[in-house]
Design a protein around this ligand. Structure first.
Ligand SMILES: C[S@@+](CC[C@H](N)C(=O)[O-])C[C@H]1O[C@@H](n2cnc3c(N)ncnc32)[C@H](O)[C@@H]1O
Length: 210
């Protein structure tokens, strides 16, 4: 048994709706691997339960999988705003979110995060952010949101190891690897935050505003 199989088997169940969503994504969509998936989804839920935020922000909805995981952990009067720029995903997202008991907790914004975020972060005080959209734009998302987040807010940034490519010597010249490496270096030098990169899946950074 691989260590990944072992981890899967010893992680809490994700429930039938999320299993169905993943199965349909593998049949119908081009890039189902973009979904956070069982283990990371359970981690998101647990971190959200610990943090008990009133407002959660997700940048990059895709199928709604992670939004559904985060919504499971939300208490009364707590909501998740999730942003997606690909119009073609809208009906898929609604198909599954609308079946969930947590559907009223999920507020979907269709459009480009770079356009939506400046207004949204002025309206809402986000205590937990899941950054999982265009890897080349992570630094811009961070710059837009950081001063509007309350002290103690957590940003979870996905894919920050980019299949280990950020640590290769010489580093690949592709723009995504370069952008993620620049983001990791920028976060490390920013005195407004403390951070750790977890080697889970493709790398998950936990960034805390201090
Ligand atoms: C990795 S997927 C998100 C997966 C989802 N968070 C999950 O865990 O199940 C990234 C998504 O971000 C979207 N995206 C990329 N750039 C964006 C932008 N500037 N604004 C909004 N969405 C964006 C893509 O269309 C894609 O659906």
């Amino acid at each position: 048994m691989s260590i990944d199989d072992y981890i899967e088997q010893h992680t809490s169940d994700q429930g039938q709706l999320l299993k169905d969503l993943e199965r349909r994504a593998h049949i119908e969509l081009m890039r189902p691997r973009m979904i956070s998936g069982h283990v990371q989804g359970r981690l998101l839920k647990i971190l959200c339960s610990i943090k008990e935020p009133k407002r959660v922000l997700e940048i990059g909805t895709y199928t709604g999988y992670a939004a559904l995981c985060l919504a499971e952990a939300l208490g009364e009067d707590a909501f998740i705003h999730t942003l997606e720029c690909d119009d073609e995903m809208e009906s898929f997202i609604h198909r599954f979110v609308d079946q969930s008991p947590y559907r009223d907790k999920i507020i979907l914004h269709m459009g480009n995060a770079l356009d939506i975020l400046p207004g949204l972060v002025k309206q809402e005080s986000f205590e937990l952010v899941y950054m999982d959209a265009n890897k080349r734009e992570y630094s811009e998302y961070f710059d837009i949101i950081i001063d509007h987040l309350p002290k103690g807010a957590i940003i979870l940034a996905d894919n920050t190891l980019w299949d280990g490519k950020v640590a290769l010597d010489p580093m690949p010249h592709d723009s995504q690897t370069i952008a993620i490496d620049q983001f990791n270096k920028k976060i490390r030098q920013d005195h407004r935050v403390e951070e750790v990169i977890l080697p889970l899946r493709d790398g998950l950074s936990i960034i805390r505003k201090i």
